[in-house]
Write a protein that binds this ligand. Structure first.
Ligand SMILES: Cc1cc2nc3c(=O)[nH]c(=O)nc-3n(C[C@H](O)[C@H](O)[C@H](O)COP(=O)(O)OP(=O)(O)OC[C@H]3O[C@@H](n4cnc5c(N)ncnc54)[C@H](O)[C@@H]3O)c2cc1C
Length: 431
């Protein structure tokens, strides 16, 4: 592309993915003399950091997701398209859809995120769903609630115990958050509602292959998180990876553990964007981009967020978190703006890391700002305020605050609906 000769009136920017990176890029392009087309396979932008709260009945789906079309309604230079991208015609500069359609671009921004990965064991997915979409969250919610319902009808104590055992695989922030909240659901919310089971005897087992949970945090925060989880009744198993996942449980460290529901929080892989471009990628499928976030040899194609591998301070990679994707989205928009103004030299991206956060139930959190570490209630409040701040729209901020306040005061979680039971999950467990 002749960067310095971009035709300002008709320059077409196509952004694939309206997650954190894509949306931020779209916003930052507002007012520029370009036409923007935002393509997403879903009609909503999802606030993934609170997805575990939908999976564990604390929040409703509509509290953490917003229609993309509505979010972009005031951006007159922007068109929103619902569609699944399956390829890129780099030669002719067209984005290709699964239904045979296509859209042309002058500049392409790939912000298609990541999906969960089973380290070569995709056959585990039906038994151990991961958490990435609203559908994943409601599937997990359904499985947790169904396990309690089935335990209530079960007369064999051994089977009952198995049904009331929940296994979370992966001790990163999502695994820690899920395990803590399932324990609270069992020990707080559901108590007294069943007649044949005591939900306080529920077992929640968090399995982490490494030597500590929250491996990205400082060791003392990992130790604190483990202690806080154990206080909530979670069993933390370290140092053994899961070698088998099946309908009735998992095998780890040579032991079989029967379970009523299994949740996968152990690994992610990038979207297949690298395959679409035949671009170089790392083992997790992330496109190896240039320092200015473009694909090597193609200054007209940018890849950002979870689907790109971006170097940070020499030997480290920019982490796969929302603020990183947003910063990259903004950087790309600024680069496009600079190119429109006639600048042609590459503009390297500089990442600013604010910190790492994870909650443990409704009263504790661990925060690692690098220069300061925080844990306990104060950390929880900072975590809560940060998440409310980053939610979109006043209505959702108020709704989430009220839901949390209600849980805090009463222990009750309102989003306890079992929906879309499939044949394999009926009450008898048959299928
Ligand atoms: C459960 C969970 C908890 C998390 N917690 C935190 C947290 O606490 N803090 C934090 O900072 N980060 C957290 N993250 C990570 C954070 O959400 C991601 O780093 C961030 O979403 C990456 O932004 P992105 O724009 O790259 O991709 P995403 O936000 O994932 O957006 C990708 C978009 O691309 C669309 N898309 C994908 N493929 C296609 C296709 N083929 N065609 C069309 N559209 C497509 C998707 O529908 C999606 O809208 C969490 C992630 C998960 C899954």
């Amino acid at each position: 592309m002749k960067i310095g000769t971009m035709d300002q009136a008709t320059h077409r920017v196509v952004i694939v993915g309206a997650g954190f990176g894509g949306l931020e890029c779209t916003r930052a392009l507002s007012g520029l003399p370009v036409t923007v087309t935002v393509v997403d396979q879903r009609n909503h932008h999802l606030f993934q950091p609170l997805l575990y709260q939908v999976a564990t009945t604390s929040l409703a789906t509509s509290e953490i997701a917003w229609p993309i079309r509505h979010l972009l309604r005031k951006r007159k230079n922007t068109t929103t398209l619902l569609g699944t991208v399956t390829g890129i015609d780099v030669e002719n500069r067209r984005v290709l859809f699964d239904d045979g359609g296509s859209v042309g671009y002058d500049t392409l921004v790939l912000a298609t995120g990541a999906r969960h990965a089973y380290f070569g064991h995709d056959e585990w997915e039906p038994f151990a769903p991961g958490l990435k979409t609203l559908e994943d969250a409601t599937t997990i919610r359904r499985r947790i609630l169904l396990a309690f319902e089935r335990a209530e009808r079960e007369s064999d104590p051994e089977k009952q115990r198995a049904l009331m055992t929940f296994v979370v695989i992966g001790g990163g922030p999502t695994g820690v958050e899920l395990a803590g909240t399932i324990a609270e659901l069992a020990r707080d919310t559901l108590v007294g509602e069943f007649r044949n089971i005591d939900t306080r005897t529920t077992r929640v087992v968090l399995i982490e292959a490494g030597p500590r949970i929250l491996a990205g945090f400082k060791p003392e925060l990992s130790a604190y998180a483990k202690q806080a989880l154990e206080k909530l009744g979670v069993t933390v198993e370290l140092g053994n990876s899961v070698t088998e996942c099946a309908a009735d449980g998992v095998v780890f460290g040579g032991k079989h553990l029967a379970a009523g529901a299994i949740i996968w929080a152990a690994g992610v892989a990038a979207s297949p964007a690298a395959e679409w471009l035949h671009a170089k990628a790392d083992k997790a499928g992330r496109i190896l981009v240039e320092p200015d976030l473009t694909m090597p040899g193609h200054p007209e194609i940018f890849a950002i967020g979870d689907t790109a591998l971006v170097r940070w301070e020499g030997d480290r990679n920019v982490p796969g978190i929302a603020p990183a994707a947003k910063q990259q989205g903004k950087h790309v928009a600024e680069t496009i703006k600079a190119r429109l103004a006639g600048e042609s030299s590459p503009r390297p991206f500089k990442y600013r890391h604010a910190g790492d956060l994870a909650t443990i139930g409704k009263r504790a959190a661990a925060i690692d700002f690098g220069w300061m570490k925080l844990k306990g209630r104060l950390a929880w409040w900072i975590w809560g305020i940060a998440h409310i701040y980053f939610l979109i729209g006043l209505r959702n901020r108020i709704a989430v605050m009220l839901s949390w306040l209600w849980i805090y005061v009463s222990g009750q979680r309102s989003a306890r609906l079992i929906t879309q039971i499939d044949r394999h999950e009926d009450l008898t467990g048959a299928g």
